[in-house]
Design a protein around this ligand. Structure first.
Ligand SMILES: *[C@@H]1O[C@H](CO)[C@@H](O)[C@H](O)[C@H]1NC(C)=O
Ligand SMILES: *[C@@H]1O[C@H](CO)[C@@H](O)[C@H](O)[C@H]1NC(C)=O
Ligand SMILES: *[C@@H]1O[C@H](CO)[C@@H](O)[C@H](O)[C@H]1NC(C)=O
Ligand SMILES: *[C@@H]1O[C@H](CO)[C@@H](O)[C@H](O)[C@H]1NC(C)=O
Ligand SMILES: CC(=O)N[C@H]1CO[C@H](CO)[C@@H](O)[C@@H]1O
Length: 483
């Protein structure tokens, strides 16, 4: 009876329970453990009744029931709880055993844990798990990273239980140490961006075009049949036409003040740390912050006037198509920026990231799942070392095709006084990225003028010069200044 379980799972909240049942469906024997042991018995007697799931009342008991190398997965609250369980598990495990953290941990913590456990001969895996409760039960997007020696031992479990896109598992090895949780963090940032983009399209439909909820729902339904086909557009279609018990549209009763749990913020902070212009996710985070100043906005709305004309006077149908294209082009920019951040972090940490595989991991199971991610996967398959998504012919052509509509939408929104932070920042990024020349020469001159920070000449890069701009500057240049 001993050593019968393929994997143990610690933490019987909904996500944990659903992952266990998912593993059971795929023929794996799971040993369930929760610190509150009554929870284990309840789970076995109810949700897991009639399955092959077994339980354990102590970590010792749990470890004794596992086949070797032992695989222990934790789905507990990120932070101290993870470290506490690791500390308790280490003395019970042997060299080559595997500890998997499937929680929403910060990638720096996973870096540290991977290193510490490696010194003890244990293999750590930090895995992003996305898709919510339903995903966990019927196929999540899984993003495992950590000690690569662990992958062969967990691959079949992970790939069996993950979502599938065209038959391929939405789960592959991401990369070394904290790479799995880093990729999960960027996924969440991209989710913030995708959601804000859709909100701006809604704002334009509602305010500039005065569409009814039925009309908006139809537009999103239509969009979901084309290149924007995605989970988030699909749920938006449903939300638009959802009626409250009194027959009115529920959406218009919801307070327009957004919450956040911080994962979008972490992506923006990383972008600043690595010096990568992930402007769209940054704007999406700030748009939530601005929305949450509801009381202040109410006061300001009485004082600060906008333009007189606030509705679009041209052809509605045509403008809707402009909005669709603006959304698509902006979305391309957002993903291009997200992959730029992944590339830079990979460079800094020495991760070997497989970008096509990452696109496939997000293709199904998770919140940002979409047809679009299939195109990204194809782009990286065509050219695995593609320096930027925008340089792939498919995406370059798409942006080219959409750009007139995109410019019309951003310009019209500005004239009508409708905020479009992510549409606008995406367009500014595009125009900056495609510019051989930017006015940073003036910036360098200013820095050298007031701070003697030096500059390079176009025809002599790498050589730093200081100029006596005023006639009374000192002889010392701030050559060690870095910014
Ligand atoms: C918006 O549409 C509604 C009907 O759906 C109409 O009653 C209202 O007058 C319109 N508002 C403007 C500003 O056109
Ligand atoms: C507002 O719209 C009307 C009608 O289209 C137009 O004649 C007028 O010039 C517009 N005013 C401004 C300030 O744009
Ligand atoms: C800067 O220029 C002024 C005027 O030409 C001169 O008096 C001064 O010595 C110069 N300073 C240095 C550091 O060369
Ligand atoms: C700057 O350096 C030059 C040559 O080394 C010297 O003649 C001049 O006096 C210095 N000026 C100042 C302001 O220190
Ligand atoms: C650490 C642990 O296993 N805790 C979980 C036990 O189950 C409850 C749900 O009933 C969770 O909330 C705990 O996180």
């Amino acid at each position: 009876m001993s050593e019968q379980a393929d994997i143990a799972l610690i933490g019987l909240a909904v996500m944990g329970q659903n992952l266990i049942l998912n593993m059971n469906d795929h023929g794996f024997v799971v040993c369930a453990y929760n610190r509150t042991t009554e929870k284990v018995d309840q789970f076995l007697a109810n949700e897991a009744k009639g399955t092959k799931v077994i339980g354990a009342h102590s970590l010792e008991d749990m470890v004794a029931k596992l086949k070797k190398p032992r695989r222990v997965m934790m789905l507990v609250k990120a932070g101290q709880a993870v470290d506490d369980f690791i500390d308790k598990l280490v003395p019970l495990l042997e060299k080559g055993d595997i500890i998997i953290d499937g929680g929403n941990s910060e990638y720096q913590d996973s870096q540290r844990r991977c290193k510490q456990l490696k010194e003890k001969g244990l293999l750590f895996v930090g895995s992003g798990v996305s898709g919510g409760e339903d995903g966990a039960r019927y196929g999540p997007s899984l993003m495992p990273g950590g000690n690569p020696e662990a992958w062969p031992s967990i691959k079949s479990i992970f790939q069996s239980i993950s979502a599938k896109a065209n038959g391929e598992p939405c789960c592959d090895w991401v990369g070394e140490d904290g790479a799995g949780h880093f990729v999960k963090m960027v996924h969440n940032g991209i989710e913030y961006g995708d959601m804000q983009l859709i909100c701006e399209a809604y704002h334009l439909m509602k305010s500039a075009l005065n569409l009814t909820h039925q009309e908006m729902s139809q537009v999103f339904e239509e969009w979901n049949k084309g290149e924007l086909d995605s989970f988030l557009i699909e749920i938006t279609k449903d939300i638009m036409k959802f009626k409250d018990s009194d027959g009115s549209y529920l959406l218009e009763k919801i307070r327009d003040s957004a919450g956040q749990k911080g994962t979008g913020k972490w992506t923006a902070i990383s972008a600043l740390e690595y010096g990568i212009p992930v402007t769209l996710i940054g704007e999406a985070v700030f748009a939530r912050c601005l929305s949450s100043l509801k009381d202040e906005r109410r006061q300001a709305s009485c004082v600060l006037k906008g333009p007189i004309n606030t509705t679009y006077k041209g052809d509605k149908k045509e403008f809707l198509e402009h909005i669709r294209q603006a959304l698509y082009a902006s979305k391309i920019i957002s993903y291009a920026q997200g992959f730029m951040l992944l590339r830079e972090a990979a460079k800094v940490h020495g991760w070997n990231l497989n970008y096509g595989a990452i696109a496939l991991m997000w293709r199904g199971g998770c919140i940002i799942r979409s047809v679009f991610l299939g195109n990204i996967k194809t782009a990286f398959e065509r050219k695995p070392d593609l320096p930027n998504l925008l340089l792939d012919s498919f995406f370059a052509n798409a942006v080219q095709r959409c750009q007139n509509s995109w410019r019309t939408v951003v310009a019209s929104a500005a004239q009508l006084g409708i905020p479009t932070p992510t549409f606008s920042t995406a367009l500014s990024f595009y125009d900056g990225y495609r510019s051989e020349w930017l006015p940073a020469n003036l910036l360098q001159a200013q820095r050298d003028y007031f701070g003697a920070h030096t500059y390079e000449l176009l025809n002599n890069p790498g050589v730093f010069k200081h100029t006596n701009w005023t006639g009374h500057g000192g002889n010392v240049s701030a050559s060690t200044y870095q910014a």
